[in-house]
Design a protein around this ligand. Structure first.
Ligand code: IPE
Ligand code: IPE
Ligand code: MG
Length: 241
């Protein structure tokens, strides 16, 4: 693969996580319905998936729907579910052609059954792909993920399968949705909000964070590469000197 993005191919983040925010504001600015913003947002997803694969990112986690997003109007939730299903159907071919495996994290059992079916089908058909893992956070919340982990771990302690002193960082990581995924190196949030919104709370302990004012539907390949360049110029110290 030729590599001429003015980036150091040896310092590409292994795992990029993105809080895709600003679809509604994008639509509002144009006096359009929020649905239009979500539709356009799905196109931006396609762009970052392609670019990540091209650059050699191994894991791309996209925050598509949070546990809090269930409190949005039913019509908007229905639109988001519809678009998710459409995305899965439309992208299968591209995922296969580019050797991308689909994974999902979150309370998947809360999603509409037809979406769950499409998701399971896509995950199954792509399970042997090794080029990149596209990880969708769906009905995901960091706190609910932690509660789920505490339940599992305490049950193991209660059953005598492990003792309290076995509870290490590694053990906790193994009981999160991301048990088979390394922690993100880079977190991008679009549309300017300086907050985490319950995303990957445990996993982002030492993640580099970039917030851009750009609204998600306007997020381009060029801007993504610009952020990666800035990431490569940062010094990651992990608490050391
Ligand atoms: C992000 O855009 C998409 C989801 C959260 C599902 P928003 O819908 O949050 O857009 P804004 O923040 O209202 O602009
Ligand atoms: C974060 O965006 C969740 C997703 C991108 C799926 P929100 O729009 O839901 O977050 P807040 O409300 O600005 O914190
Ligand atoms: Mg938002």
């Amino acid at each position: 693969m030729s590599f001429n993005f003015d980036l150091d191919p040896k310092k590409i983040p292994v795992h990029v996580a993105i809080i895709m925010d600003g679809n509604g504001r994008w639509a509002k600015k144009r006096l359009l319905n929020r649905t239009k913003g979500h539709e356009k947002g799905a196109e931006a997803v396609r762009t970052v998936v392609r670019t990540s694969r091209e650059l050699g990112v191994k894991y791309l986690t996209l925050y598509a729907f949070s546990t809090e997003n269930w409190e949005r109007p039913a019509a908007e939730i229905a639109t988001l579910m519809f678009l998710l299903k459409k995305f899965l159907k439309n992208e299968l071919k591209e995922l296969q052609e580019n050797n991308i495996r689909l994974n999902a994290i979150g309370q998947i059992d809360r999603l509409n059954l037809d979406v769950q079916e499409e998701l399971n089908k896509t995950m199954d058909l792509t399970k042997n792909n090794t080029g990149m893992c596209l990880n969708l956070a769906l009905s995901y919340g960091g706190r609910s993920e932690i509660i789920r982990m505490v339940h599992e771990v305490s049950k193991k302690v209660k059953d005598g399968a492990i003792s309290i002193s076995d509870i290490t960082e590694e053990l906790i990581s193994k009981h999160l949705y991301t048990f088979n995924i390394p922690d993100p190196d880079l977190l991008i949030r679009t549309s300017g909000e300086m907050r985490i919104s319950n995303f990957l709370l445990w996993q982002i302990a030492y993640c580099e964070i970039f917030v851009t004012e750009t609204l998600w539907p306007d997020f381009s390949k060029e801007e993504y590469i610009k952020i990666l360049r800035a990431y490569q110029n940062r010094e990651r110290r992990f608490g050391k000197v």
